[in-house]
Ligand binder design. Structure first.
Ligand code: GLY
Length: 353
């Protein structure tokens, strides 16, 4: 598969989608950076599977390589884990020319990405996503960050990687729940702007490499037009206002990100239908495709907890929440809403009992 070039106002970078790409990681990175010290950041689930292969490839390309392994899961996106990465960078003697390699899913990409963005005011970053969710979404477009007790991703930076290397082969060993997690984001791409992708996904017979490359191309097109999330990029947050609130209200461990977004998409479709903005029947179609991928379509959480969590959501501009709604599957738009207005309509559609 040819490399795809992502173009943004601040950087252009290659995205490689290739079977066996992990074994060529070192040479790919060597072609994009000058330094020859590297730190691979991974987690304790991905590390045992791929760390040795990745570091062997880096050593073969002339890098001296050290490693930082964090516990798997959202709970690692903390200031404490960030500080532990800085300590590792210091011990390794990482200079401004040396790369940080984020080997893992969205959590590792966000945490290592933010550490790379801020260490010495920025060192080269290679994103090597190993989950479907990270391949189709979080490794592309330069969002990095960590969580605070007050909310998810409250500290962060837009920081584009030097390169992204994806090995679709790693997806074949993903546990079912991780695949479903990523499929929620794939379904999101279909719903906001790619109805043919949605139709293909509904058939449940699509080639994963094709799906990844299609989503990557959609995302880089959006990011090229709106790198800093001031307009069109916010459409990628379809389902995320309520999704993030569900994650926060349940302590980031009852629902995976994709599961929470799945419920958020159902709620957003219901809100749109309730307001007369979304084509009737859209919500039912969304529920069917989510259920086909064993994703949840409701969350038994009190609405008061959801509204409290939405209050600290960063997807606000001034006093308005930019809620993403659909006209129909394949067409999304932003609806700026006062928090009270959103609370009222959520009160009408939130499942009871
Ligand atoms: N995950 C949404 C974005 O990158 O903007």
């Amino acid at each position: 598969m040819p490399e795809i070039i992502a173009r943004t106002a601040t950087a252009d970078y290659p995205i490689f989608i290739q079977q066996g790409a992990l074994d060529h990681l070192g040479e790919r990175i060597a072609a994009c950076v000058q330094g020859r010290r590297a730190v691979i950041v991974t987690d304790d689930q991905v590390g045992p599977l791929y760390l040795e292969r990745a570091s062997r490839s880096l050593r073969a390309a002339g890098f001296s390589c050290s490693e930082a392994v964090v516990p798997a899961g959202e709970a690692s996106k903390t200031p404490e884990q960030l500080a532990s990465l800085y300590a590792r960078f210091q011990e390794t003697g990482l200079s401004r020319a040396d790369p940080v390699i984020a080997l893992g899913g969205g959590v590792v990409g966000d945490l290592a990405g933010f550490a790379a963005a801020t260490w010495l005011r920025g060192v080269p970053l290679a994103q090597v996503p190993t989950t479907l969710l990270a391949q189709v979404d979080s490794s592309i477009g330069g969002k990095t960050g960590i969580d605070l007790p007050q909310g998810k991703n409250l500290i962060g930076a837009f920081y584009q990687p030097r390169l992204v290397v994806m090995d679709p082969a790693v997806l074949h060993t993903l546990p079912r729940r991780f695949m479903a997690d990523g499929m929620a984001e794939v379904i999101k791409y279909g719903l906001i702007g790619d109805e043919p992708l949605l139709a293909q996904v509904e058939q449940q017979a699509c080639d994963l490499e094709w799906v990844v490359s299609r989503c990557v191309r959609s995302k880089i097109a959006v990011v090229a037009r709106d790198e800093k999330d001031n307009g069109e990029r916010m459409l990628l947050n379809f389902g995320h206002t309520v999704g993030h609130a569900i994650e926060k209200a349940t302590g980031f461990n009852a629902f995976s990100h994709g599961e929470a977004v799945a419920v958020g998409m159902v709620i957003a479709a219901r809100v749109g239908e309730q307001l007369g903005e979304t084509e009737p029947g859209t919500c039912d179609r969304i529920r069917r495709v989510l259920e086909a991928y064993q994703l949840p379509v409701r969350a038994d959480i009190p609405l008061t907890a959801i509204l409290l969590a939405i209050k600290s959501d960063k997807k606000r501009l001034g006093s308005r929440i930019h809620y993403v709604l659909l006209r129909r599957p394949g067409e999304a738009f932003l609806k700026p809403m006062a928090p009270e207005e959103l609370a009222d309509v959520l009160g009408e559609v939130w499942p009871r009992g």
